[in-house]
Ligand binder design. Structure first.
Ligand code: 3PG
Length: 210
């Protein structure tokens, strides 16, 4: 079991601070969005495996957008992990946590950010050797209040809340001591992508650092 990949993940994602969660169905859109994110100061992206084109988009962005961190999201199966292994992905994000997925990510040396939504799931994650979790869906399961409540019993745990976070509250999440970074799709919505509004993607990205 390789713990090193998991141990380095909070530092990598902490550097990014805001992680756009991107779902696209064409390589051209994926490249255009990522170039706009980068122009707006965003350091990297989570590309979800929710479309048949996702792996091609990941490869294209890795090859064609320099100095940009590329992770994969919506990783749900061991087969997803296997497909990502050959891509040398920077990180993988799962909406939940199973022992099998967690153990296989260690074996394949893929830095995995598994999702949790309750104290019991944090305990299961700790038993699996993990201390860094996506809180998902963050807003729906209690948001800021839940993160504050989890801080006392789980002082060793760090979170990346994702789900229902937007431009008006992401800073409140980042201000919590147990939050390393936040994820969200507010700067890469399907409407912005559908209308190819790359200028607005860039503007919303830049606003993350105002
Ligand atoms: C997701 O899984 O779609 C992410 O958590 C993003 O959530 P959001 O679209 O609510 O920002």
């Amino acid at each position: 079991m390789n713990q090193a990949a998991a141990d380095s993940l909070p530092a990598l994602l902490g550097e990014m601070r805001v992680i756009p969660v991107l779902t696209v169905s064409s390589v051209a859109s994926g490249l255009a969005v990522c170039r706009a994110l980068k122009a707006g100061g965003i350091r990297g992206v989570e590309i979800t495996l929710r479309t048949p084109e996702a792996l091609d988009v990941i490869k294209a962005v890795q090859d064609q957008v320099d100095d940009f961190i590329v992770g994969a999201g919506t990783v749900k199966t061991v087969n997803d992990l296997r497909e990502l292994q050959s891509l040398n992905i920077a990180f993988a994000v799962s909406p939940g946590l199973t022992r099998r997925l967690s153990d296989r990510a260690f074996e394949l040396d893929i830095p995995l950010l598994p999702g949790v939504a309750t104290a019991s799931e944090v305990l299961a994650g700790l038993e699996a050797g993990r201390t860094f979790f996506k809180l998902f869906p963050a807003r729906a399961v209690g948001g800021l209040a839940l993160l504050k409540s989890l801080a006392a019993p789980f002082a060793e745990v760090e979170f990346c809340p994702t789900g229902g976070i937007g431009p008006d509250d992401f800073r409140d999440y980042l201000a919590l001591p147990n939050v390393v970074c936040v994820g969200g799709s507010w700067m890469v919505t399907s409407e912005l992508i559908g209308s190819e509004n790359w200028g607005e993607v860039e503007r919303l990205s830049r606003a993350c650092f105002d």
